[in-house]
Design a protein around this ligand. Structure first.
Ligand SMILES: [Zn+2]
Length: 169
């Protein structure tokens, strides 16, 4: 249960888009609870279901927006509706490659549509670290990882570092 390992960044499961969630039932709510537990255990700001090996379109986040307001929530079938033309580069980490941050350029704010755990459709406009985190986790849902969004040189360096860490483990 909550001590299951996180799927590592070089695992092919992280390259596949996850499946839409049709029924928001007790199983999905239990999965959300479990994802919060894993995220908290790992001191993460966000987690996608595929990172614990469940290929369903759900993410959890626990992160502040630009004003400092904390957002702790589960988002089901999240999608980005609009993204600002203005971009920002922030250092991002990933629980699938702990200990190695990468500078990633992304839109500074996004509007996201999702369903909540009660089944209601919601829209959220996010900025600051909340915007970063939502985009990072929605990438996971779509089979992308943050190292796809940096230069080839940075990606190769990260890959070499991770291979070394994995060999040492
Ligand atoms: Zn990640």
């Amino acid at each position: 249960m909550p001590d299951d390992p996180i799927v590592p960044i070089d695992d092919p499961r992280l390259r596949e888009p996850s499946a839409a969630i049709l029924d928001i039932d007790d199983d999905i709510r239990a999965l959300a609870d479990y994802m919060f537990q894993v995220m908290d255990r790992e001191n993460g700001a966000g987690l996608a279901a595929i990172q614990i090996g469940v290929p369903k379109r759900m993410i959890v986040v626990d992160v502040p927006d630009r004003s400092g307001r904390r957002h702790r929530m589960a988002l089901i079938n999240p999608e980005i509706l609009t993204a600002s033309a203005t971009t920002e580069t922030n250092l991002e980490g990933c629980l699938s490659m702990p200990g190695y941050d990468l500078p990633v350029e992304r839109p500074a704010s996004v509007t996201v549509r999702f369903r909540d755990l009660g089944g209601a459709t919601q829209e959220l406009t996010a900025d600051g670290m909340l915007a970063v985190c939502l985009q990072h986790e929605i990438d996971h849902v779509n089979g992308k990882v943050f190292s796809d969004r940096v230069s080839r040189l940075r990606r190769e360096k990260a890959k070499a570092w991770f291979a070394k860490v994995r060999r040492a483990a």
